[in-house]
Design a protein around this ligand. Sequence first.
Ligand code: GRF
Length: 179
Amino acid sequence: MIGVLVSGHGSNLQALLDAGLPVGAVASNRKAAYALERARTAGVPTATFSLECFVDREERDLVMASWLEEHEVELVVLAGYMHLLTRPFLQRFPDRIVNVHPSLLPAFPGVHAIDDALGAGVETTGVTIHRVDEGIDTGPVIAQEQVPVEPRETLVERIHAVEHRLLVEAVRTLCPVAR
Ligand code: GRF
């Protein structure tokens, strides 16, 4: 099963669901994340692990990891999940956590990747799917695709379209039950 961590709108989660991939659990740090609504609509179990309910991030991550394991999750996908994961969580899913990021890493890590690429005046940016480690968008790259910045009015939309396709392709190759 695939476990998906979300914080926001959930369009990448929707792409995984629409592709028929075996999403067995969706967890969020934010109760109000619209992504949770998408999961519920698809009949997928959801849970929220707000930081304020735990002593610290490590404890939150351990409880979240246990919940994912209870749902037989083998591969964890970060789809717009806006918190860093702590070492105890990473150790529970070694080499089995992937993230989708809207730039050609290592260029423009962090939460403002599209704006940062625009600000830097690059002609080409893109999308990266990578394994997750303790850094901010630093794990080994699995797949990348370039996206031209112009026309910039449609850049965000074009990046998201590439994200949805590339994430589904990468998860298909990583998730044994989905092959
Ligand atoms: C995506 O651009 C993803 O790359 C970034 O956050 C955004 C999440 O979008 N990490 P959504 O919640 O999947 O619609």
